[in-house]
Ligand binder design. Structure first.
Ligand code: NDP
Length: 477
């Protein structure tokens, strides 16, 4: 098997390939991927630093063409790249193709943004002086990504970084190097100058830590766990650099007595269990008012019986495997914790086998949970959801907001009054009405509050807040 190498200073390099294993079929090796060392990572940072002056002054048409070409190629190869994604991460083929399309759309969006770069010219408070306000790229951006969106998250960080004139050192999660390698290959062939985009695959403790420790990295954009996010923050403060963190969630979905039952069940099943519950925007707390509680639990349980857990590539699969053995153990541990805490296991909870050996877990639903239980407070990141019964809307809102996290939230209701109040008073960065808590557009801001996020929002026009620094220039006329 050929080894997929790292890209450093425009050269593919690295020999020792580590196996990327398919979680739907652990006998299958998706590919071999090189591991960067500390020295490789330092070389990548040096290359990005050397490439920055020219790239930051490159024409916007050049940036547009490269980003557009990348978006077009990703779209043209959506089925192949989607299958690669499904094989390395385990989300179902339709979900994986959907994520690939989204990556393409993100490149198209920032190809457009490159042509819309602009500043402001304003009069000075003093006579005969003009003031120009412009945005400039930061320098070398360290991009560190998690395993759960192997193509969309790299796309929504790399595309704006390049659009605004930054150079990049990119470290994908060790579990999912294949999609990252593919998009770096596409961008490289699209004509990026040497050193503008560098790929360093390998361990967080080696490659990631070297990026954190480098004084030459001007900004770090990170998505992943709260623990690693705190390390990024501490190291960035040390180096006086800009940083942006997207971390975990414990997203609530409120279901009110007046909800359309079908809408509520569809939204809850999607939020909690699709993509195997491995979305930072997944809803793992269903907060249900008592008038609809029993009907809702019965209907959701019926729905769960119809969901097929199987190989991600198989037609008809609704839920693919858990990403790896370690995450499966975490999920199982939380199921045990839920039982011990006194929640009632209403559905699922069992590891299951299929034709191909993989990490298959039934969608798992707890009822009679309280918001104080660990299963309601800590992020599980698996297909494990608990239902919390509440008296009325006021208690539902208070319970929804009673969490250290604040990424997304949802409400199922037919009441305009409650929907409006919830949108205004939910302490989350993204609020959904009669929709799943997961599933967001690519052209509008993404991000959360409280323990979920730090720094400017990602995606859409708001991405410029992180990837640029503002300059105010004064000229005597
Ligand atoms: P991790 O924090 O373990 O890993 C995220 C990235 O950080 C990986 O690339 C990892 O490398 C790297 N890393 C690990 N240690 C270090 C280090 N010391 N220095 C620098 N980088 C390091 O998270 P997971 O990949 O396990 O992702 C799951 C978590 O991410 C969940 O908690 C989830 O909620 C959160 N998440 C949040 C999202 C959001 O937008 N809010 C979106 C997606 C996920 P490696 O894996 O190779 O060791």
């Amino acid at each position: 098997m050929t080894v997929h190498q790292n890209l450093i200073a425009g050269e593919w390099t690295g020999a020792n390939g580590v196996e990327n294993i398919n979680p739907s079929d652990t006998n299958e090796v998706v590919g071999l991927y090189a591991q960067a060392s500390v020295d490789d990572t330092k070389a990548a940072i040096a290359a990005a630093k050397a490439a920055f002056p020219a790239w930051s002054r490159s024409g916007i048409w050049e940036r547009h063409v490269i980003l557009k070409k990348a978006g077009d190629e990703i779209m043209a190869r959506k089925d192949e790249l989607g299958a690669l994604l499904a094989r390395e991460e385990g989300k179902t083929l339709p979900e994986a193709i959907g994520e690939t399309i989204r990556a393409s759309q993100i490149f198209e969006f920032f190809a457009g943004e490159a042509l819309r770069l602009a500043g402001e010219v304003v009069p000075s408070v003093r006579p005969n002086i003009g003031v120009e306000i412009t945005r400039e790229g930061l320098g070398v951006i360290g991009i560190i990504t998690p395993w759960n969106f192997p193509i969309a998250i790299p796309a929504w960080k790399i595309a704006p970084a390049l659009c605004y004139g930054n150079t990049v050192v990119f470290k994908p999660a060790e579990l999912v190097p294949a999609c990252s390698w593919a998009i770096v290959d596409i961008l490289h062939r699209a004509g990026l100058p040497k050193g503008v985009l560098n790929l360093v695959m390998g361990k967080g403790s080696v490659v990631g830590q070297t990026i954190l420790d480098s004084p030459d990295v001007a900004g770090i954009t990170f998505t992943g766990s709260t623990g690693t996010g705190k390390r990024v923050a501490a190291a960035s403060v040390e180096h006086n650099r800009k940083f942006q963190l997207e971390m975990g969630g414990k997203n609530p979905m409120v279901v009110l007595d007046d909800a359309d039952l079908t809408v509520a069940v569809e939204a809850a099943a999607n939020s909690g269990f699709f993509s195997t519950g491995q979305r930072c925007t997944a809803s793992s707390r269903l907060i249900v008012t008592e008038g609809i509680h029993d009907k809702f639990v019965a209907a959701l349980t019926e729905k769960l019986k119809t969901l097929v857990v199987d190989n991600a590539l198989k037609a008809g699969t609704h839920i693919g495997p858990v990403v790896d053995e370690r995450q499966l153990k975490t999920d199982i541990d939380y199921i045990e914790i839920g039982k011990t805490e006194g929640a009632k296991l209403a559905f699922g909870g069992e590891v299951i086998s299929r034709d191909t050996p993989g990490f298959y877990l039934q969608p798992t639903l707890f009822t009679e949970a309280t918001n104080q239980m660990r299963i309601s407070r800590e992020e599980i990141f698996g297909p494990v959801v608990s239902v919390i019964r509440v008296k009325d809307y006021d208690e539902a809102l208070a319970t929804a907001n009673d969490t250290p996290f604040g990424l997304s939230s949802g409400i199922a209701t037919t009441s305009l009054k409650h929907a409006t109040h919830f949108k205004r008073n939910s302490e989350a960065g993204m609020v959904m009405v009669n929709l799943p808590t997961a599933g967001v557009d690519f052209h509008v801001p993404f991000g959360g509050r409280k323990g979920s996020s730090y720094g400017p929002r990602e995606q859409g026009k708001y991405a410029a807040e992180f990837y640029t620094t503002v300059k105010t220039a004064y000229t005597l006329a």
